[in-house]
Ligand binder design. Structure first.
Ligand code: PLP
Ligand code: COI
Length: 337
């Protein structure tokens, strides 16, 4: 394994020594195991391959100052994986099995959990895929649950620095489609709008609601939030948004720790002037301040294109402090590995 430069990881795959794989067949989960090979052998007619019957998760392991390793709200990822699984008629992964698998993968690869102080983490990617050979459009009878990991740094270049985004005309999800499930199909369709945004000089695209194209839904693979001029925390409410665990954590922290009124409500793209700060949030994105948003001919700047606003800074310090064990966490948010 190459020597790792913890300060310059970026967000990319590195082949780690160990991953967890479990097989579902005859209506039951078999005992899974840690394996060394980073390849899966599956039937060519697996439903995950031709009909997109798969879902996934993303969470991180954090190295504390005392050298210990902890997970942030893995129970929430287990529950969301099972909601995605239900939507695509896949078997649920029992929560304890999910968390044990995540912990065993982190433990097995613990030398690759980045040291404290670099802002880097071990990103964990659980996958549930339909396997076995089937031709008709129908749910598989067999599944694989896989958990692999990779050390990562910032998802958007430069971490806690504002990034600019552009509103796309494409939809990421249908009004009553799979937008609230973490399924691969949503991401396949996002590759083209993402590329167009990057080619136009933006970090990523912003999706509007698919029914009316008037309200903000998502910022690439992250949720949107804004801080109003009255110091309220506002984030969109929609059935086609992925329910971000980071977003719900920020809603709680804004209210309980910063004393801010919080709202999940429509965020109209023609009413951005109500916000003094805005951000994108997610496991990979953490909190990325939004410098400005391009929408048709209008470029709207929030706090600044170069500086981080004070409320986002406070939210970031609280959230990231909890994740790395420097700030006391609300009950049940942290699990020791
Ligand atoms: N929105 C999309 C489309 C995502 O892929 C993600 C990443 O998981 C998020 C939002 C953020 O969700 P979370 O905070 O649970 O990582
Ligand atoms: C995450 O934030 O965990 C994501 O899944 C975003 C992206 C890498 C798909």
């Amino acid at each position: 394994m190459e020597k790792i430069d913890w300060g310059n990881l970026g967000f990319q795959y590195r082949n780690m020594p160990y991953r967890f794989v479990a097989h579902f067949k005859n209506g039951n989960w078999q005992a899974g195991e840690i394996q060394e090979k980073n390849e899966l052998t599956i039937g060519e007619a697996s439903t995950a391959l031709h009909y997109g019957q798969q879902c996934f998760e993303g969470l991180k392991a954090y190295r504390r100052k005392d050298g210990g390793i902890q997970l942030f709200r893995p129970d929430q990822n287990a529950q969301r994986l099972n909601k995605s699984a239900q939507r695509l008629l896949m078997p649920e992964v029992p929560e304890a099995m999910f968390i044990d698998a995540v912990k065993s993968v982190v433990k097995a690869n613990q030398e690759f959990v980045p040291p404290y102080g670099y802002g880097a983490t071990l990103y964990i990617r659980p996958l549930l895929i339909g396997v076995g050979n089937l031709l008709g459009v129908q749910p598989a009878e067999e599944y694989l649950f896989v958990v692999f990991c990779s050390p990562v740094g910032a998802y958007f270049k430069d971490g806690l620095k504002p990034a600019n985004f552009i509103v796309t005309d494409y939809d990421r999800a249908a009004p009553v489609g799979t937008g609230s499930s973490k399924v691969g199909g949503n991401y396949g369709g996002s590759l083209q709008p993402h590329l167009e945004a990057v080619e136009a000089g933006f970090a990523d695209c912003i999706y509007l609601d698919p029914a009316t194209h008037t309200k903000i839904e998502e910022v690439g693979a992250a949720n949107f939030f804004g801080i109003t001029k009255n110091n309220e925390f506002v984030t969109p409410l929609s059935d086609s948004i992925l329910p971000s665990i980071t977003k719900y954590s920020l809603l709680y922290l804004a209210k309980e720790r910063l004393g801010m009124p919080t709202f999940e409500e429509d965020v109209r793209i023609d009413d951005l002037g109500r916000f003094k700060e805005a951000g994108a949030c997610g496991t990979a994105a953490v909190i990325t301040p939004i410098g400005g948003i391009q929408h048709k001919d209008d470029f709207h700047v929030f706090y600044s294109e170069t500086e981080v606003g004070p409320v986002i800074r406070q939210l970031y310090d609280e959230l990231v402090g909890i994740q790395f064990g420097d700030v006391e966490a609300p009950d049940g948010w942290i699990q020791e590995v």
